[in-house]
Design a protein around this ligand. Structure first.
Ligand code: KG4
Ligand code: ZN
Length: 335
């Protein structure tokens, strides 16, 4: 009999439920919270209220789509952290009550581990990653280089000292009038732009750490000075600005990945997180790292989703790695 696990994800601004049967996803329902768009970023209080409103309909849709009765679930997995505490609490209390009422095991999941382990979902791709691998976690909240020895033994060897790579996209996007999240919009606009038209600063950070706040300041000053010369600068040059910015962010990331490969001598590189959906990052990594085995998640598994929580739930279920009801949510939760 296959093992059926329900996954629940509520760490930030997406309410999501997914059903996995062994390592195959049967459903993955995501409700995006549009309420944050006009604020230019996620408002924590609004996020937890929206999770409360969305979670039951999202769960019902996930069960219907998977064509599964809740009595056939073997376990429930949920995001313990990291994330916004109010948002995490909605998912954890919901998961705990389902676990209690159905009398099935509860499994806590680290959101950042899940962004990488989503690559183990069976989606008919030819290969799956082999351990050890280098995990490149690039999202709205994190930028991490991680050595992954096995499913649950991971060590962060590089991370951002300030803004995340996703914030670099989102905050620079805001400067040129793009709604939150600006990352996907920049990706789209950049397709018709010249990546070499404008030059932005590449930070000099030692070792495998990152810094993106200098780029954001440099970008903002550049745009402000250009507007003084020409009021329509953003409108006239939007595609070139996006393409040049994306090129700079890609270069910063790629430099560090190459350094990490040299340091760790790893052959396998596994990407995860919302920014790993970026077409330029995918294209440049495939080109520059063609002698390595690269794994990118399917686009629908890059930004926050419960399928990634469900696959970790399945992996932990096989090890009988279950969680007690006293387990607290963690806004900061190390990988
Ligand atoms: O993984 P995620 O959904 O949330 C966190 O765990 O933080 O990542 C969201 C981030 C946002 O910053 C968003 O702008 C970015 O992923 N993003 C992208 C793209 N799609 C999503 N950034 C660049 N290019 C994309 N195509
Ligand atoms: Zn995430």
């Amino acid at each position: 009999m296959p093992i059926n696990v329900l996954g629940i994800e509520t760490s930030c601004d997406e309410t999501s439920a997914a059903v996995i049967s062994d390592n195959k996803i049967l459903s993955n329902i995501i409700a995006n919270q549009e309420v944050h768009q006009k604020y230019g970023g996620v408002v924590p209080e609004l996020a937890s209220r929206a999770h409360q409103k969305n979670i039951i309909p999202v769960l019902e849709r996930a069960l219907v789509k998977a064509n599964i009765d809740k009595k056939d679930l073997d376990a429930i997995a949920y995001t313990r952290g990291p994330g916004l505490l109010g948002s995490l609490l909605v998912g954890s209390s919901f998961a705990k009550s389902i676990s209690l009422s159905l009398n099935i095991p509860l499994i806590e999941v680290n959101h950042m581990q899940a962004h990488l382990l989503v690559n183990f979902i069976d989606d008919n791709a030819v290969d799956k990653p082999c351990f050890p691998f280098l995990g490149i976690n690039i999202s709205g909240g994190h930028t991490q280089i991680v050595i992954c020895k096995n499913f649950f033994e991971m060590e962060v060897i590089g991370e951002t000292l300030d803004d995340s790579i996703g914030e670099a996209f989102d905050k620079c996007g805001k400067v040129i009038g793009l709604d939150y999240p600006a990352g996907p919009k920049i990706d789209k606009l950049a397709k018709n732009g010249d990546p070499k038209k404008f030059k932005f600063s590449i930070p000099q950070v030692k070792g495998l750490n990152f810094s993106f706040s200098g780029l954001k300041t440099n970008f903002k000053r550049f745009i402000e000075s250009k507007i003084l010369e020409n009021k329509s600068f953003i409108e006239e040059e939007k595609e070139n600005i996006c393409s040049s910015l994306q090129q700079t962010i890609t270069k910063i990331l790629l430099n560090k990945i190459i350094k990490a490969i040299k340091q760790t001598k790893t052959k396998n590189i596994v990407f995860g997180g919302g920014v790993s959906a970026n077409s330029k990052i995918r294209e440049s990594c495939r080109k520059e790292l063609k002698n390595y085995n690269l794994f990118f998640p399917k686009i629908e598994y890059t930004t926050d989703n419960a399928a990634m929580i469900a696959i970790v739930g399945y992996l932990k279920y096989k090890e009988k790695n279950f969680t007690g009801y006293e387990t607290e949510s963690k806004a900061r939760y190390k990988i």
